[in-house]
Ligand binder design. Structure first.
Ligand code: GSH
Length: 192
């Protein structure tokens, strides 16, 4: 199997870190979504990365679905409980972290068009701020959730260096300082 992804995609980074932690070999085919390559559109008509192409040619799309697939591939994995409250809370933490990424991507697309202010822009920043505060209280819930949180925070540092998420979220600082030094995160650091 191979993952169609760009080196800077945070959604792909989440999957690459999970694969690393699970001991799954996950080759990446460098794919720039905005150029609409045929290989991506045949795997994902939505034109988004990451997309996972399996050995039989079928595809799995959307990072939460791919994450669930990776986790299910390793029976007894220790990143996320397989069922029950802990499972759904871990998935909810993923949704929060992915939501921070979604809002960040909206802001970046707006910026690319010269839109840096206005109610729609403010709404994204408010969503990010609230989600950060909630994620701060969810640190340590599961290894999986902690990976998702760390990916989102590091993406903010990468793309929005002026956005100060650290001052009011000490648990996020402790978590990210610890996880960003691990081999999985070091190996998937976005290029400068
Ligand atoms: N919900 C998707 C979001 C993926 C996504 O937005 N990827 C961005 C790159 S980081 C993309 O491919 N954007 C191209 C586009 O929106 O057309 C996921 O979790 O995989």
């Amino acid at each position: 199997m191979k993952l169609l992804a760009s080196a800077t995609s945070p959604y792909a980074r989440k999957l690459r870190v999970i694969a690393h932690e699970l001991g799954i070999a996950l080759p990446v085919e460098d794919t720039a979504p905005m150029t609409d390559p045929a290989s991506l559109l045949s795997a994902n008509p939505l034109g988004k990365v990451p997309a996972l192409v399996l050995d039989d040619g079928s595809a799995i799309i959307d990072s939460p679905v791919i994450a669930a697939f990776l986790l299910a591939s390793v029976p007894g994995q220790g990143l996320l409980p397989q069922s029950g409250h802990g499972h759904w809370q871990g998935r909810t933490t993923e949704a929060l972290a992915d939501g921070v990424l979604d809002a960040s991507i909206i802001l970046r697309f707006n910026m690319a068009q010269g839109i840096t202010a206005g109610p729609w822009v403010d709404r994204q920043y408010r969503a990010i701020e609230r989600a950060l505060c909630v994620m701060n209280g969810r640190v340590g819930g599961s290894g999986f959730g902690d990976i998702c949180i760390t990916v989102a925070c590091d993406y903010l540092s990468f793309r929005f260096p002026d956005l100060d998420w650290r001052t009011h979220n000490p648990a996020l600082v402790g978590l990210t300082d610890r996880l960003l030094a691990t081999p999985a995160f070091v190996a998937t650091r976005p290029p400068a």
